[in-house]
Design a protein around this ligand. Structure first.
Ligand SMILES: Cc1ncc(COP(=O)(O)O)c(C=O)c1O
Length: 446
């Protein structure tokens, strides 16, 4: 007999995080919803934070939470890492806003080129949203074509061209699975933008080939995450991704891999794990060490910029020294050994918790590549998902919400939408805490 239900978990959440609820309400006097990131709402409201320290954060309600959210996977070095802090403080003392470049962006660009084999040139912006827009502009400029192909369930930030067929809500998936139709995920997307976006099905190479071939004369680029995040965690399979590489090369379509989250999968990115080299790569999140950043990298020939009459790229804060300094320090922390440790810890969660849930007969799955994992409470009909359609059909939303509330109630903060992201300061004890807390919550739910 379940002792934890959505009602009890939500009631306890409201009581434990009452100060956060109050802050959301008072903030709403000036900011719609109380804060500027729609995605922070964790049930009724966001949890406000006072400070972070290593793998933990302290909330405005006086609770210490083990942070498995890590700003939607961004904080791979955790909170207030001494190496990152030092590089920021050194810079702050010298000034950090000039109408002049500083050296930091050179080093960060160099580090990305050293780590990611397909990258020879890099341009920075302030967010991955902006860099995704720059990437498609580069693709359009280089091909003379206009259309963008994206995957159903794929997220590439706020740009109009990307806010289509993203979130796994049943009513937003019209059209057959092998021929999806682009539907907006927000009001305000112009019709001409919708008409210029082609939507592809995940892990279905035959259908992708048919769709891409049919529109090849108009499609400038295919943009893809190798493992999705905001649209729910789905891993694109290695053979499938290599198949898309071959197809795009053959059809004269620029292949863009958005590694905003997946750079944390391995020292050479997830493209390194898959041994695939796209034409362009988008970076974000972890390469700014927690300070806003985005970047596009790729083969040199694509980076013919305004001076050559090609692509204009500029912004007041592009390549900001704070972001590039924190990014360099973060990548320095994330050497090969740090990646190996983090991925071993993530594997442990996947294997131990997954096997435990399967043995108990609980409809809970945990999966993914690297240190950003997906978890789902299913209707019991599947233990793997190959597409976001699988996910929406089979995941049980009220149970997912109950689990997320109750994890937070018991001191562990996951992403409410079925994701966790580890950070470098996590100890094996922290991993055991996560596994143990999840087991106790699931034991009380089923
Ligand atoms: C894969 C991917 N691309 C792009 C973005 C947009 O990044 P930003 O929020 O920095 O604009 C995100 C953000 O979550 C993302 O996960």
């Amino acid at each position: 007999m379940a002792t934890v239900t959505l009602e009890t978990a939500a009631e306890q959440f409201a009581a434990r995080f009452a100060a956060s609820g109050e802050l959301s309400r008072s903030g709403a006097r000036y900011i719609p919803g109380g804060y500027s990131r729609h995605s922070l709402t964790f049930g009724p409201h966001a949890i406000y934070v006072e400070r972070g320290e290593g793998a933990y954060m302290h909330t405005a309600d006086g609770h210490r939470l083990l942070d498995f959210h890590n700003n939607f996977s961004c904080n791979i070095a955790g909170h207030d890492h001494p190496h990152v802090r030092k590089s920021l403080l050194d810079l702050v003392q010298r000034g950090y806003s000039f109408g002049n470049p500083m050296r930091h962006e050179h080093r960060l660009a160099e580090m990305l080129c050293e780590r990611v084999a397909s990258v020879e040139r890099v341009i920075f912006s302030c967010s991955a949203s902006e860099s995704c827009l720059s990437a498609i502009r580069i693709a359009r400029a280089n091909t003379g074509k206009d259309k963008v192909a994206k995957f159903e369930g794929g997220y590439h930030g706020l740009g109009d061209d990307f806010m289509l067929s993203l979130h796994p809500f049943r009513e937003l998936f019209p059209g057959p699975a092998n021929n999806p139709i682009a539907v907006p995920n927000t009001a305000g997307i112009p019709r001409h933008v919708r008409e210029n976006v082609v939507v592809l099905p995940q892990n279905d190479l035959e259908s992708c080939a048919r769709i891409l071939q049919a529109h090849a004369a108009e499609i400038a680029c295919v943009i893809m995450e190798l493992q999705t995040g905001a649209g729910g965690v789905i891993t694109l399979e290695r053979d499938f991704v290599q198949g898309i590489r071959e197809l795009t090369r053959k059809l004269g379509i620029v292949m863009i891999i958005d590694e905003t989250i997946t750079l944390r999968a391995g020292y050479h990115g997830m493209q390194g794990l898959y041994d695939v080299q796209p034409d362009l790569t988008v970076f974000g999140k972890m390469i700014g060490g927690g300070v806003p950043i985005g970047a596009v990298g790729g083969r040199a020939e694509y980076f013919r910029m305004a001076e050559e009459g090609m692509v204009y790229h500029s912004g007041t804060h592009h390549g900001h020294p704070l972001a590039t300094a924190a990014g360099i320090a973060t990548l320095e922390v994330m050497d090969q050994a740090a990646y190996a440790k983090l991925n071993t810890q993530a594997d442990r969660i996947r294997k131990e918790l997954g096997a435990w849930a399967a043995a108990k007969g609980y409809p809970f799955i945990v999966y993914g590549v690297g240190s950003h994992l997906g978890y789902e409470i299913t209707d019991g009909s599947a233990r793997t998902y190959r597409s976001c359609r699988d996910m929406i059909r089979r995941s049980v939303e009220p149970k997912m919400q109950t689990f997320a509330f109750e994890m937070a109630n018991r001191g562990v903060f996951p992403m409410y939408r079925g994701q966790i992201a580890l950070s470098q300061p996590m100890t094996d004890g922290d991993i055991e805490t996560f596994i143990g807390t999840a087991q106790s919550v699931l034991g009380d739910m089923f």
